[in-house]
Design a protein around this ligand. Structure first.
Ligand SMILES: [Zn+2]
Ligand SMILES: [Zn+2]
Length: 445
């Protein structure tokens, strides 16, 4: 409504930063306003009577007289009370903002601001009259908060979670709190389906976590049947509840079939409850061809470990995750990792496994023994740290998570070992991100 031909609005800009006040003046003049600049609080008060501004853009932290004092003086003087004041400041503390409104500022504009924010506000002032806007109160909170970037975790597709990351036997105590002490178990969900890998003592907590969801179909894949991979199953509560259907999968070449091994673990000599007492429906599978669980395809490949042991690969969407907790890569090799390439005979005999793991988005693989320990543990079925690094170099996954931590290795030891792993990978020119898995670790896709 107000046409510029009637009356050119005058705006006094009080800011001690010249570049900024000059910029504001330019923007406002292009938009048809007449401007004047004051370089400090005193200057501002002196220029008001002559320039007769309609609006003052007032900085707070100015020399000589602070902006809030300038505001107070303007608003307590009958002759200047009507002049609108917009505070432009970086000082966006609640105290300053509330005081500014209390003393009669029209609005608070926090620096830095966009040209259009300034123009919008100035136009709003002239079109709405000179009273403190009602929106101002709502603006207080906004100004205090500023433009806060708040990313949200998207958990729609799924995740994998470690419930146990120990080898051999569960442990507890203050030296193991960061990594945890449960033996191996991992859960993965994708698009609403769930697969579980290994049934070490960690599966007990997993079972308890599932109870709130009620009976459902579960798929448990066993890499092999050494104690640390099955010992949690007798404590897996869903197995005792009618309505659950639990599929157990293993490769076909176990010494005995998977069902009799699980039954044997529940023999009266070892345990008070037998498999017949389990109320869930249990179905055992030995499989060779890839298995489809919802949108996940699960396949396996043999690893180097006593008795038939496999590592699993889960393909989902355009991604893949491999779970290989037990594998003695380059069995017996004690030399430097730099020398091993694909055509080295020790690597060549592992071609199938390397190809199986190549380019995985996430490779979960052990590196159980530091090299000085490996010398005494050749043939135990676990990799030396540097040999595991060779596998990473050859299979080049996008991410490596080390699991199956030795029960002798406490948190501090594992911290040092992880730093050594970083160093080794760096030295080998294999900058794959690596970290240690720990009980409770969860990663979303
Ligand atoms: Zn194991
Ligand atoms: Zn084993």
């Amino acid at each position: 409504m107000g046409n510029s031909s009637k009356h050119i609005r005058r705006i006094l800009i009080a800011d001690d930063v010249d570049v900024l006040s000059e910029l504001m003046a330019t923007v406002l003049e292009i938009d048809g306003f007449e401007t004047e600049r004051a370089h400090d609080g005193e200057d501002c008060l002196e220029k008001v009577p002559a320039f007769k501004p309609d609006l003052i853009l007032l900085d707070l932290m100015m020399p000589k007289i602070h902006g809030l004092d300038v505001l107070k003086q303007l608003k307590s003087n009958k002759k200047t009370r009507h002049i609108g004041v917009i505070i432009c400041s970086t000082k966006t503390f609640k105290t300053e903002i509330e005081q500014a409104y209390e003393f009669g500022a029209y609005e608070f504009l926090s620096k830095p601001f966009q040209e259009q924010d300034l123009l919008r506000l100035v136009h709003r002032y002239f079109s709405s009259g000179s009273n403190t806007s009602k929106e101002a109160k709502e603006q207080i909170q906004k100004a205090i908060e500023g433009e806060v970037y708040r990313p949200q975790l998207e958990v729609d597709n799924g995740w994998f979670r470690f419930w146990g990351t120990r080898a051999s036997i569960p442990i507890s105590g203050p030296r193991y709190v960061r990594h945890g002490g449960n033996t191996t178990c991992m859960e993965m969900t994708y698009n609403g389906d769930r697969v579980i890998f290994d049934a070490g003592s960690g599966i007990r907590d997993l079972g308890l976590s599932l109870l709130s969801e009620g009976p459902q179909t579960l798929h448990i894949f066993i890499t092999h049947t050494h104690w640390d991979h099955i010992q949690g199953f007798p404590f897996f509560v869903p197995a005792f509840i009618p309505g659950y259907h639990i599929h157990l999968y293993a490769s076909p070449n176990l010494d005995k079939d998977i069902e009799s091994i699980f039954k044997g673990q529940l023999d009266r000599a070892y345990f008070p409850v037998q498999m017949d007492d389990m109320q869930a429906q249990l179905t055992f599978h030995n499989f060779t061809e890839p298995i489809q669980i919802g949108d996940m395809t699960v396949s396996w490949e043999y690893t180097v470990h006593p008795s038939a042991t496999v590592g699993y690969k889960i393909e989902f969407g355009d991604k893949s995750l491999a779970f290989v907790p037990d594998n003695e890569f380059l069995k017996g090799y004690l030399g430097p990792p730099h020398d091993i390439t694909m055509d080295h005979e020790l690597a060549a005999i592992n071609t199938k496994l390397i190809n199986f793991l190549t380019d995985a988005d996430v490779l979960i693989h052990e590196a159980q023994y530091p090299n000085e320990e490996y010398i005494d543990k050749i043939g135990w079925g676990h990799s030396s740290l540097s040999n595991a690094c060779v596998l990473i170099k050859l299979a080049h996954p996008k991410q490596w998570i080390i699991t199956h931590h030795d029960p002798m290795h406490d948190d501090d030891f594992l911290r040092d070992k992880l730093n050594l792993t970083h160093q080794l990978l760096r030295d080998m020119g294999t900058p794959v991100p690596v970290e240690h898995g720990y009980d409770g670790m969860i990663q979303h896709f």
